[in-house]
Design a protein. Structure first.
Length: 262
């Protein structure tokens, strides 16, 4: 399979497009040793969000590394943040501007089209199909796009990133009431710093599928990896640290589902 998928019963689909670590052999042969460390992976999100099985939420998570293709970019590879430095549909470098490809092995237009059809499209077909199923069952659905990133990435932002970064495409991807329900829970704690539609406003998945006028409400959470793991290689999971943020994650998602089913 090109992804992992668990069908749930509540009005919630959690998407994890950047947890994949697999790289096909023909692509891996063209990559630098640095690329094969896959440092820009959203490590361990399946473990962090392990409580989703108890909630009986639907979960879709990637198999393929973002270095194979970035599932959270539009297939046309338009820049989600015009005027700002970003990585594309087929990234050519890491978050620290290290080249991914050996000299002369960079992908061409034919590579792009082949990878879109082979690796990008299956994930999005499943995502669309599950949203449609949940809409038929519940009449409305929450799409929670789960991400994580190192807390310091000078290429994209100055200093330390806030702990929890929510994105709703400046309010276009979900109803303001749902945003308020989630942020009320988030603001009720004092352990983690927050941002809403700051440096991260939501990627392609949030912006494309979030259609509150059609009762699909999408919200992205980009969280600092220091909240649950070691940010240095080998990127180990830290269960005791993760346990501090997991209850908050669950409470925010439960608030979103309660709101959408009101």
């Amino acid at each position: 399979m090109d992804f992992r998928f668990n069908e749930g019963s509540i009005a919630l689909l959690v998407s994890m497009p950047h947890v994949g670590t697999d790289i096909p052999d023909d692509i891996a042969a063209r990559l630098t040793p640095q690329a094969l460390q896959k440092a820009d992976t959203d490590w361990h999100l399946r473990e962090l969000y392990g409580f989703l099985s108890e909630m009986d939420a639907s979960v879709l998570s990637a198999r393929w590394s973002r270095y194979t293709i970035d599932l959270n970019r539009p297939q046309e590879d338009t820049n989600l943040y015009p005027g700002q430095d970003t990585t594309g549909l087929l990234p050519h470098d890491t978050f620290h501007r290290e080249p991914l490809y050996l000299a002369g092995q960079e992908p061409d237009a034919a590579d792009v089209q082949r990878r879109v059809q082979r690796y990008w499209a299956p994930y999005h077909r499943q995502l669309r199909a599950e949203l449609d199923r949940l809409l038929r069952v519940h009449g409305a659905v929450v799409l929670w796009d789960a991400h994580s990133i190192a807390s310091h990435v000078p290429r994209f932002f100055d200093g330390k990133l806030p702990d929890l970064n929510f994105g709703t495409a400046d309010g276009a991807s979900c109803d303001a009431g749902l945003t308020s329900a989630v942020m009320e829970v988030a603001n009720g704690q004092q352990d983690f710093t927050l941002a809403l539609n700051g440096r991260f406003k939501g990627g392609h998945i949030t912006r494309h599928y979030g259609q509150p006028q059609n009762r699909v409400h999408a919200i992205q959470l980009e969280m600092c990896q220091c909240l649950y793991m070691d940010e240095a290689s080998p990127f180990g999971y830290r269960p005791a640290v993760a346990a501090k943020v997991q209850p908050l994650l669950r409470q925010m998602m439960e608030a979103a589902v309660t709101w959408v089913q009101r």
